[in-house]
Every structure is written in structure tokens, then in C-alpha cells.
Design a protein around this ligand. Structure first.
Ligand code: ATP
Length: 241
């Protein structure tokens, strides 16, 4: 579904953020990308959804293929139409608009088909958004804002969702709810998902495969079951003594 091969990303041609990074998200799978602060996780997602140019970032000579096509020169809004949706760090909802207007705004990126049905599905997954649909989004709790950011992705009916640290700053109960939804969307709709996390425990609870990155490079990868048994992963990421 997504294949990134050997990309070298620098910002302003000076700060090198990724050094020959390759990763893959097979169709219908959930893949997690883990790493400490500044490892380059967000940069990897921005490279995939072509947002780096907005920040003077450059992906160098490497290859990025989505759904079998080279997308290195495809604009971010065209990628949404092709079926890739990036739920960005910090949630990026429209704070002054109502919950429902946020969903409507997400649907503008598409051609208007099946929109009501899509909202019903979002509300079925997140009943709390239905209760608050006329409320101004800026007044939602952090967890509800993350649900709304996820709901906006669902409206676009993507083939691939890129999620940047959905657990950040949320209570464990809400994190569990968000990750259950990730799993549900994957099993019910076959949506492929690449989820960036610092919380390995929760990421491993849903992912099939994982990559660990440090200083702009992948240092370890494998099936989640294998990674869970890795001694370094256990001590650095899973808090096992
Ligand atoms: P975090 O978990 O803290 O969000 P991350 O793994 O997502 O970290 P990135 O945000 O991708 O890491 O950052 C990777 C490197 O690129 C860091 O050294 C960062 O300072 C640098 N960087 C990121 N964005 C920019 C930018 N717009 N301009 C210049 N340097 C940047």
C-alpha cells in the first residue's frame, strides 16, 4: 500500500532528519513506527503525505510509492482523493467550528459522494461526537478532539491512514478507546494504517509489524510478536526491568 525506499530528508538543505530510510505498509495491515523524540517519525509521515515542501524539506533521491504509483510529486490534497489521509500531530481540527462542520469540511476534500452515510459511521464509532455534534470543537476535551481528528479521516474513506502519536497527552482509558477504533477500522474496512507512537505498549496491542527508529534511521524491525520478546525493546520501550 505504501512503500518508502531509501529517502534522505533534510530541512533547508542543512538539518538532516532522515538518513536512507525505508519502510513498507502492506495492504490491510497496521504498522507502527516507534522512536524517541526527534528520531524523525513525524518527518517520515510528512514525507509520505508530501507535506515537507511546505517546511522547506526535501526527500532526496529515494522512492515513495502509494497504491502502486510514484507519488513523489503528488500534491497533498490530491493524495487525499487517492485514498491517503494523514491525521497530523496536535490533531489540527478547526477549533472555531462545530464538530459536524469539521466533518463537513473534511468531506470537501472529496467529491461529495456518500457523505451522510460516512457521518453516521463516524457517529457509530464515536457516540460522544454525536452527542456533541453542534458543539464548538475547540471546547472538546483532548480525547474528543483526537476522536474528531480520527473521524475526519474516516469521512475521507481512505485506503491508508497515517496517524501521528494519537495517544499523546490522553488518559489511558481514552487511548484504549482510540486504539480499539484503529483496530476496528482495520478489521471491518481493511484500512491500512501507519501509526507513529512513543507508547509501544499500546501500539503493539494493535499493530502487525513494527519499525524502531533512531537518529533518522530504522535500527530494528519485525513482527510485533518478535519485537515484544526483544530484550532491548522490553527495557527501552516496554518498561520491563
Ligand atoms: P517527536 O516525537 O518529538 O515529535 P519525531 O521523531 O517526530 O519527534 P521529527 O519531528 O521528525 O522527529 O524531527 C526530526 C528532526 O528534524 C529533528 O532533529 C527536528 O529538530 C528536525 N526538524 C523537524 N521539523 C523541522 C523543520 N520544519 N525545520 C527544521 N528542522 C526540523
Amino acid at each position: 500500500m505504501l512503500a518508502i525506499e531509501n529517502i534522505e530528508v533534510s530541512y533547508y538543505h542543512t538539518v538532516q532528519a532522515l538518513r536512507g530510510l525505508s519502510l513498507e505498509v502492506p495492504k490491510g495491515k497496521i504498522v507502527t513506527l516507534l522512536g524517541t523524540n526527534g528520531a524523525g517519525k513525524t518527518t517520515t509521515l510528512k514525507a509520505a503525505s508530501n507535506l515537507l515542501k511546505l517546511e522547506n524539506g526535501d526527500v532526496g533521491e529515494g522512492r515513495i510509492h502509494f497504491d502502486g504509483k510514484n507519488i513523489k510529486n503528488t500534491a497533498p490534497d490530491a493524495l487525499v482523493k487517492q485514498g491517503m489521509f494523514h491525521v497530523r500531530e496536535g490533531r489540527r481540527i478547526f477549533a472555531e467550528m462545530t464538530v459536524e462542520d469539521n466533518l463537513i469540511a473534511a468531506s470537501y476534500a472529496l467529491d461529495g459522494r456518500g457523505i451522510k452515510a460516512d457521518f453516521d459511521k463516524v457517529y457509530a464509532f464515536f457516540p460522544r461526537l454525536l452527542e456533541r455534534r453542534k458543539q464548538i470543537a475547540g471546547y472538546l476535551s483532548g480525547g474528543e478532539q483526537q476522536m474528531l481528528a480520527f473521524g475526519r479521516a474516516m469521512v475521507a474513506k481512505p485506503k491508508l491512514i497515517l496517524m501521528d502519536e494519537p495517544s499523546l497527552g490522553l488518559a489511558p482509558k481514552i487511548v484504549k478507546e482510540i486504539f480499539e477504533t484503529i483496530r476496528r477500522l482495520n478489521t471491518e474496512d481493511g484500512t491500512s494504517i501507519l501509526v507513529v507512537e512513543q507508547n509501544a505498549g499500546v501500539a503493539f496491542s494493535v499493530a502487525d509489524y513494527g519499525y524502531i527508529m533512531e537518529s533518522g534511521q530504522i535500527v530494528l524491525e519485525g513482527d510485533v510478536e518478535t519485537l515484544k520478546n526483544d530484550k532491548d525493546i522490553q527495557s527501552f520501550y516496554l518498561g520491563v526491568a
